[in-house]
Ligand binder design. Structure first.
Ligand code: HEC
Length: 146
């Protein structure tokens, strides 16, 4: 019974590259309990998780008006292999470039800029609208209310 459940969870990990929050939660809890599938996550998915974490920490700094330096630029976004190879192409590249540019903008601001931070989150949302709507609900929570 438990074996079947694990098999099912693993299967869904392979089949659904771009997942809803619920799926991510299910999978993450399955993984901590049963770390049997270390290669199930794509490079891009792992990178995205880092990006999410960093953006979430940045949100606090910006909200507190702290200055921002040493931001990770996540240039690997161009080379990281996605779950679904069909994702990569000129459209993805354009969205990726816009995202990196927005991080540069944010860092070059004299003081923490809510406007520039939110504009960076826009870049996450834009690409996700095109390729990966699942996590949008979660990404949306990064926006700082002005
Ligand atoms: C250029 C396009 C693009 C940009 C920009 C982008 N994403 Fe993604 N994101 C994707 C794609 C495609 C996936 C699916 C990755 C996969 O499964 O291989 C993804 C997956 C994710 C995931 C799910 C990862 C998982 O656990 O499977 C999260 C969370 C995420 N992105 C957050 C963000 C955040 C936050 C930003 C902005 C800081 C961002 N993304 C910017 C394309 C993008």
């Amino acid at each position: 019974m438990a074996g079947k459940l694990i098999a099912l969870l693993l299967l869904s990990t392979f089949l659904i590259g771009c997942q809803s929050d619920q799926k991510i939660k299910e999978r993450n809890s399955a993984k901590t309990k049963h770390p049997i599938n270390p290669n199930g996550d794509s490079e891009l998915a792992l990178l995205m998780r880092d990006m999410f974490e960093e953006s979430d920490s940045l949100k606090q700094l910006v909200a507190d008006g702290k200055s921002l330096t040493g931001l990770k630029k996540y240039k690997d976004i161009h080379s990281a292999v996605p779950t679904d190879p069909a994702v990569k192409g000129p459209v993805f590249e354009a969205f990726a470039q816009a995202y990196v540019a927005s991080i540069n903008e944010l860092e070059s601001a004299d003081s923490a800029s809510i406007f520039k931070f939110n504009s960076m989150v826009d870049k996450c949302m834009n690409c996700h609208t095109e390729f990966c709507p699942g996590p949008k609900k979660r990404i949306k929570k990064l926006y700082i209310e002005e």
